[in-house]
Design a protein around this ligand. Structure first.
Ligand code: HEC
Length: 189
């Protein structure tokens, strides 16, 4: 009788984990995930995955990547009560460290080769899956833009995409070329 009750309890909690797990996670593009290393209060360090500034965990399910924010894991664990206490504390630590660590504005916009990083791509509004490059952008923009108004600075992908096709510019650049130009115009960030 007790065993039957216990196994029922087990099944029930398993179901609860599955249900909450399913609704707190979201599907993301792999190219939108970036990782940061943060130091924790207890002196150790941890590598945290970030998505649009939020810290969390990422896993692969089939061909898709699933991201779960720590803030949502924390809430789910809190609902679980005593059973989740230890995990709850750890997630809380990671959440605190990750809030600053994952902050988009705190990340480098370019890597050493002048390619946009994931946060840099997001900051410059470059579409997911495209990487802008400073020197490629330089070789497109320098000879062309000077003809009329000098090479402008700090324009985002979105601005360039909407403005470049307008007369008298009438440019029909590919997404890749616009991303490269955006990288070049923002090379000082
Ligand atoms: C044929 C002349 C011409 C060329 C070449 C040209 N532009 Fe322009 N552009 C203009 C004019 C005219 C405007 C509208 C007035 C202004 O804002 O300077 C403009 C406006 C813009 C704007 C919108 C206004 C702003 O300041 O945000 C952006 C962005 C821009 N140009 C970027 C570029 C880039 C990048 C290049 C090189 C790939 C380029 N332009 C080449 C003539 C040109």
């Amino acid at each position: 009788m007790i065993r039957a009750f216990l196994s029922l309890l087990f099944l029930q909690s398993l179901l609860l984990i599955m249900v909450t797990g399913a609704c707190i996670a979201e599907e993301v593009a792999e190219s939108d995930i970036y990782e940061v290393t943060v130091s924790l209060k207890n002196g150790s360090s941890a590598t945290i995955s970030c998505f649009l500034g939020d810290p969390g965990t990422v896993r692969k399910r089939g061909a898709t990547w699933i991201f779960t924010k720590y803030s949502k894991t924390k809430r789910a664990l809190a609902r679980m009560g005593k059973g989740g206490t230890r995990r709850f504390r750890r997630v809380l630590r990671l959440l605190k460290a990750g809030k600053d660590g994952c902050d988009l504005e705190a990340q480098a916009v370019f890597d050493e080769e002048g390619n946009t990083t994931v946060p840099g791509r997001v900051i410059l509004n470059i579409p997911s899956g495209i990487i802008g490059n400073i020197s490629r952008g330089e070789s497109i923009a320098d000879p062309l833009c000077e003809q009329c108004h000098g090479v402008k600075r700090n324009r985002t992908y979105t601005i360039l995409e909407s403005q470049l096709p307008i007369a008298p510019m009438n440019f029909a650049f590919s997404q890749q070329e616009i991303a490269d130009i955006a990288a070049y115009l923002n090379r000082d960030r």
